[in-house]
Design a protein around this ligand. Structure first.
Ligand SMILES: CC(C)(COP(=O)(O)OP(=O)(O)OC[C@H]1O[C@@H](n2cnc3c(N)ncnc32)[C@H](O)[C@@H]1OP(=O)(O)O)[C@@H](O)C(=O)NCCC(=O)NCCS
Length: 256
């Protein structure tokens, strides 16, 4: 398995801080049992199951056959975190469909699927770290539309995903049994086009509570995008999409 990165992080097991060495590996399917085991542990410890949609081993195997990948973080030979990415193409799993994106976008889309960090290792910014590696790998593979769903109740995950410049572009119910998802769970749909320059400052801003679904849907329908999250106040700063006043240079994405 390919070594992606290594270094030191802090474990908080049994309330004691200890420095540990970690390795980030590109997992092959022989490690999917480790992934399932960690997923079960995380899910059983979640107070609100609504924030996390579990995956099966078959989901992983299917996506890995289509070029999808899983980055795993190991400490003392134990998987303590993973990040799962898929390339859904023209299938109904493509989150571009939720934003009405055309086939050209769908064919170059990557979905950031699930990601977890073991409770003893939270606070090391592992979600953001594996996201940055995943974005580099997505670019290397020639894909440039990055999508993710995040629960409005999951402010930790939302802050990390938005720190990689993905913006909230939709809010709807997902993962239900009914064809219209009316029995589903509320999810933000986030997107970033890696070819576009990053807008650092917008001039038309409104701040909305993460739980005020009605006002957020109205803002999104009116041409606003979720630009920044305020973790303390549980709010999102929405910006009018075409009111950008400061553009940062794109860090060299080129199509080869
Ligand atoms: C979301 C998640 C991956 C973030 O983990 P992470 O990368 O370690 O988070 P960060 O390093 O950004 O944490 C920043 C701060 O928030 C705290 N924090 C992170 N996740 C937390 C959680 N679920 N509950 C309480 N505090 C949490 C960290 O301890 C840290 O606090 P500190 O600044 O005082 O040290 C992790 O919380 C998790 O695995 N949650 C359950 C699964 C999930 O929701 N996955 C995302 C959807 S697929």
């Amino acid at each position: 398995m390919k070594l992606i990165d290594f270094g030191k992080l802090v474990s908080r097991a049994e309330g004691q801080k200890k420095e540990k060495e970690y390795q980030i590996l590109m997992l092959d399917d022989s490690k999917l049992d480790d992934v399932m085991k960690l997923q079960d542990l995380i899910y059983s410890n979640l107070r609100d199951k609504d924030i996390f949609a579990t995956d099966t081993k078959e989901d992983y195997l299917k996506d890995m056959k289509q070029g999808g990948f899983v980055l795993g973080v190991y400490v003392d030979n134990e998987l303590i975190s993973y990040r799962y990415v898929s390339f859904p193409g023209l299938t109904e799993k493509n989150l571009g469909l939720d934003l009405g994106m055309p086939p050209e976008v769908l064919l170059h889309s990557a979905n950031l699927e699930t990601t977890v960090v073991h409770p003893d290792f939270r606070g090391n910014k592992l979600q953001k770290m594996t996201l940055d590696f995943a974005v580099d790998l997505i670019k290397e593979k020639g894909y440039y539309h990055v999508f993710s769903t995040v629960s409005p109740k999951n402010v930790f995950s939302l802050a990390n995903v938005m720190s990689a410049e993905l913006k909230v572009k939709g809010l709807k119910k997902k993962y239900g049994q009914m064809p219209d998802n009316s029995d589903g769970k509320w999810r933000f749909i986030l997107h970033r086009d890696l070819q576009e320059e990053v807008c650092a400052e917008y001039s038309k801003l409104i701040t909305l509570s993460l739980t005020d679904f009605h006002s957020q849907v109205k803002a999104l329908n009116g041409g606003y995008i979720g630009h920044e999250v305020d973790k303390t106040d549980q709010k999102i700063v929405y910006a009018e999409n075409n009111s950008c006043s400061l553009i940062l240079p794109n860090e060299g994405f080129s199509l080869t």
